[in-house]
Design a protein around this ligand. Structure first.
Ligand code: SF4
Ligand code: SF4
Length: 145
């Protein structure tokens, strides 16, 4: 058992040394399934920000924040707080990790707001953003009164 553990540890070391810490360079969180125009437009807003992606996997929607963990060393790409690393890091399986695993099988994958706009056009029609202009006009009218 101890030998097997040592073997896994050294395999982790060799593999992770080669990889540069891919799994410590982002985190993805589940988000509510979008139901209407406003929900999709909120996601378009997420995607106006740098280093943000939205994807759908097995029917569930996620936001992906491509932001490196501050404890990933820039010198050797190792975890600077390995012994105190959070449980989510401890539970990450190197046998199916970003370095060794298969390509992600996304049903949908948006890397910028223009892609979301195109998707919204398919869902809601070509004039998908006219709604915003109308809202603006309504606001102006209200101000005039
Ligand atoms: S992605 Fe895999 S190989 Fe790379 S650091 Fe994470 S566990 Fe190690
Ligand atoms: S705490 Fe360590 S293992 Fe966890 S994401 Fe940060 S660098 Fe990676």
């Amino acid at each position: 058992m101890a030998a097997a553990k040592a073997k896994t540890k050294s395999r982790r070391k060799i593999q992770c040394d080669k990889c540069g810490g891919l799994c410590c360079r982002y985190f993805a969180l589940p988000i509510d399934d979008p139901e209407d125009w406003d929900d999709y437009d909120d996601m378009r807003w997420f995607l106006c920000h740098e280093d943000i992606e939205v994807f759908v996997e097995e029917g569930d929607w996620y936001i992906n924040i491509k932001n490196k963990c501050k404890y990933l060393s820039d010198k050797n790409y190792k975890c600077d707080m390995y012994d105190k690393r959070p449980k989510i890091c401890r539970g990450y399986k190197m046998t199916d990790c970003d370095y060794t695993g298969k390509e992600y099988d996304y049903e949908l994958h948006f890397t910028n707001d223009h892609q979301m706009e195109e998707y919204m056009k398919i869902k809601f029609g070509d004039k998908v953003l006219d709604k915003l202009k109308k809202k603006k006009r309504r606001r102006k009218k209200r101000k005039k009164r």
